[in-house]
Design a binder for this molecule. Structure first.
Ligand SMILES: [Zn+2]
Length: 253
């Protein structure tokens, strides 16, 4: 697996993924709630949050005020028995929905940590998040993201590191997944941490043509702001773009 990036939070994250599930005695191979949740249709973008992360109250600061049935929802997520048999079906459904919400909120925090980023990197490398729908991005892998960090504002979207744009997720089953479960920071922290995942070639630019001739930029149907797709490649080009007008003018003592 590639996953290079810096280990900025130390931690001996041994390859924790994949063999989490039989954390118990081993005789009956029950799937944990977290694994089950992540395996549901529409939940393909979620990674499996490590239980240690959830068990640390510090990581959950502020969430009890947001999520109803908070304690029971936590027990659900961590597979702690809450005597479900004693609950009526309405209450059970309510707790299940609280657990879904709570997991999403925990997930948005977890994927900003070193182990979370690493797990998402594995999924990215695997192509689990799909490819950019823009033809000239040549199948660049995308990452899930939210357009807002607040709940109930918008569903999850995907961000393409080639054209630097966001797109609707490729299936309607993602429409019910809140974008806040991934958040606005994740895609950019992700590529900052794993720059090797950034496309090596700039995104292709579409050239409108009629009868084989380029359409004039002055035409109403002509090309617009194509330079947005043209990422700087040389040191000089990067310098030109990043230097501010102040840097260009000589300083007065
Ligand atoms: Zn793209």
């Amino acid at each position: 697996m590639i996953v290079q990036g810096k280990d900025f939070q130390s931690g001996n994250d041994t390859d924790s993924q994949n063999d989490y599930e039989t954390s118990g005695s081993g005789e009956d191979e029950e799937v944990s709630w977290i694994s089950w949740f992540c395996s549901l249709a529409g939940h393909e973008y979620f990674c499996e949050v490590q239980e240690e992360f959830i068990e640390d109250d510090f990581n959950l600061t502020g969430l009890p005020q947001i999520v109803k049935n908070y304690e029971k929802a936590i027990y659900f997520i961590l597979d702690i028995d809450i005597n479900e048999g004693k609950l009526d079906s309405d209450k059970l459904a309510e707790i299940e929905s609280s657990a879904d919400l709570l997991y999403g909120l925990i997930h948005s925090r977890y994927i900003l940590t070193s182990p979370g980023l690493k797990q998402m990197a594995m999924k990215y490398d695997n192509g689990d998040f799909g490819i950019c729908p823009r033809h000239l991005c040549n199948g660049t892998y995308v990452v899930p993201c939210g357009r807002f960090d607040q709940l109930n504002k918008d569903s999850v979207k995907v961000f393409c590191p080639s054209c630097l744009d966001v797109y609707n997720a490729p299936s309607s089953r993602f429409n019910v997944i809140d974008g806040a479960f991934f958040g606005t920071t994740f895609p950019h922290l992700f590529f900052n941490t794993y720059p090797d995942f950034l496309p090596k070639e700039p995104a292709g630019v579409y050239i409108p043509k009629m009868f084989g001739f380029k359409v004039s930029e002055k035409s109403k149907t002509g090309p617009r702001i194509q330079w947005l797709r043209m990422l700087p490649t040389t040191e000089q080009e990067i310098k030109e773009i990043t230097s501010t007008p102040e840097e260009k003018t000589p300083q007065n003592a």
